[in-house]
Write a protein that binds this ligand. Structure first.
Ligand SMILES: Cc1cc2nc3c(=O)[nH]c(=O)nc-3n(C[C@H](O)[C@H](O)[C@H](O)COP(=O)(O)O)c2cc1C
Length: 210
């Protein structure tokens, strides 16, 4: 699946190119105004529309905004401690779990298991929608102490999480960051992840219920 759509607002904010005014009397909002509008709309939403699924293209767009490659040298939309780029994103759905590959902007199916009941045992509202699971690859911090790795991983996940919020706010979509109740060992076993790939936070995504 290839990402083909970049939302106009996000593209404008990220690329530094505010849309040009169509005429003298109706100037387009500047970047600061667009960003302010988006941040003003940022909030946690836990009730999702049942009749509006998230398409594959939209999901790839969310993932690019969250932690995709935005520069020639491979750096990302989210910062990371020592540029470790440790945050790995998985999409968890009814038919299985998919790994986001930022280099090709593709999703690769890695498991036929629906891990949402494990991930979201305390957040039942997340069981009906695709869930973006953020893991930190602690092996990227091997030269640091385990405490430092945990701290850097958590902070890096926070930036990616906020990018998901911002994308959803800009596109009238719904999401909420969720962390507690995640049985990391069970998630790792279900997805055959190494111990160093640590689930930190997850985001159900969808459209707000009317
Ligand atoms: C690290 C973290 C963990 C969170 N975990 C949950 C959660 O498990 N369940 C939930 O419903 N909301 C969770 N939230 C969302 C917060 O409850 C929410 O951000 C807070 O109530 C403020 O609301 P707002 O996001 O609309 O400003 C979490 C938020 C963060 C940042």
């Amino acid at each position: 699946m290839k990402r083909i759509i970049i939302p106009i607002i996000i593209a404008a904010v990220m690329s530094g190119c505010a849309p040009k005014a169509q005429n003298e009397t109706a100037p387009a909002p500047n970047k600061g105004e667009i960003l302010r509008e988006i941040l003003n709309a940022r909030k946690s939403i836990r009730k999702f529309a049942e009749d509006k699924p998230v398409t594959d293209d939209v999901m790839l767009d969310i993932l690019w905004a969250a932690n995709g490659i935005n520069r020639e040298d491979g750096r990302r939309t989210a910062p990371s401690a020592v540029n470790a780029q440790d945050i790995v994103m998985y999409v968890c759905k009814e038919d299985g779990t998919y790994l986001y590959k930022p280099q090709t902007e593709e999703l690769e199916k890695i498991s036929g298991t629906d891990v949402r009941p494990i991930i979201a045992s305390f957040n039942k509202f997340a069981l009906t929608n695709p869930v973006v699971l953020l893991c930190s690859d602690y092996s990227k911090f091997a030269r640091f102490s385990p405490e430092a790795a945990a701290k850097y991983g958590a902070m890096d996940a926070g930036y990616v999480s906020q990018n998901i919020y911002i994308y959803c706010a800009a596109n009238n979509m719904a999401t909420v960051a969720c962390a507690p109740g995640m049985d990391n060992k069970a998630v790792q076993e279900a997805l055959l992840l190494p111990e160093t790939m640590v689930p930190l936070i997850y985001h159900p995504v969808g459209y707000p219920a009317e």
